[in-house]
Design a protein around this ligand. Structure first.
Ligand code: NAD
Length: 255
């Protein structure tokens, strides 16, 4: 119950499915948590759901540099340090073949999913290096290992964050800062509802069944199952783990 005692964590996408489940785990393990997401009202609801004085919120768009700087500054102002950054905000974008994929949507997916992670690294790394340690966990996806038909921008973005993670590991060396990616299979959150709807409007249950056949475990994961791996990588239990890609996927990447 104290694996994050005394630690300060920022979670982006903090009012979404995986972010909120991770916040619940982090708070239960003693962390002070700053939830970052786009919408103030949803953040307030998420914090109320967690019902802990250890939780505060900040509305910010991770793709904007000033706002990324602001969430790092908020952790420092409120708690004096930053030990864990969970770069988890993400969007699925359009569900369309490359030949029909809207260019503006391609750019937006890369702005949120890639530039957002880059900016988190850019502003959190100096703080963590000064402190002599920290853990950055980035939410990639099985789409960070595999292609995704009709999800090209999303798959490209989730591959790209592996390159960012590996580059950051080489740049931070023996500073004590660790950086890893996690790679969930389909997880039961809003995002999969949107993907099912995009793949088969009006036949979402059938789309879910088809997607599930590609997961050896025979089901979607839960947000909490991802949160438990994020917790491991955030905590000192993983003190020798850096530069790694961690599947949370019921065997999906084995195929
Ligand atoms: N659900 C899945 O099946 C699945 C699988 C693999 C990876 N992922 C990844 O997990 C992460 C979390 O997704 P989720 O499943 O919880 O979905 P979600 O939609 O419930 O949560 C994503 C959150 O990110 C926030 N967000 C979007 N753009 C933002 C921006 N510019 N700035 C700040 N916040 C922003 C959203 O408001 C939302 O609350 C994403 O990076 C997603 O790509 C999800």
């Amino acid at each position: 119950m104290d694996r994050l005692q005394g630690k300060v964590a920022v979670i982006t996408g903090g009012s979404g499915g995986i972010g909120l489940a991770t916040a619940r785990r982090f708070v239960a393990e003693g962390a002070q948590v700053v939830l970052v997401d786009l919408d103030e009202q949803r953040l307030v609801e998420a914090a109320a759901e967690l019902g802990s004085t250890a939780v505060s919120t900040l509305a910010a768009d991770v793709s904007d540099e000033a706002q990324a700087r602001a969430y790092v500054a908020a952790a420092l102002q409120r708690h004096g340090r930053l030990d864990v950054l969970f770069c988890n905000a993400g969007i699925e974008g359009a569900i369309a073949p490359i030949t029909d994929y809207p260019v503006e949507m391609f750019d937006r997916v890369l702005a949120v999913n890639v530039r957002g992670v880059f900016l988190g690294l850019k502003h959190a790394l100096p703080v963590m290096q000064r402190q002599g340690g920290g853990s950055i966990v980035i939410t990639s996806s099985v789409a960070g290992y595999k292609g995704g038909a009709h999800l090209s921008a999303y798959a490209a973005s989730k591959h790209a964050v592996v390159g960012l993670m590996r580059s950051a590991v080489l740049e931070t060396g023996a500073s004590g800062v660790r950086i890893n990616t996690i790679h969930p299979a389909p997880i039961d959150t809003r995002m999969m509802r949107a993907i099912e709807q995009g793949r088969a409007p009006g036949a979402e249950a059938a789309a879910k069944q088809v997607i599930t056949t590609r997961i050896p475990a025979g089901r979607y994961g839960s947000a909490d199952e991802v949160a438990q791996v994020a917790l491991f990588l955030a905590s000192d239990d993983s003190r020798f783990c850096t530069g790694g890609c961690y599947p949370v996927d019921g065997g999906m990447s084995a195929a």
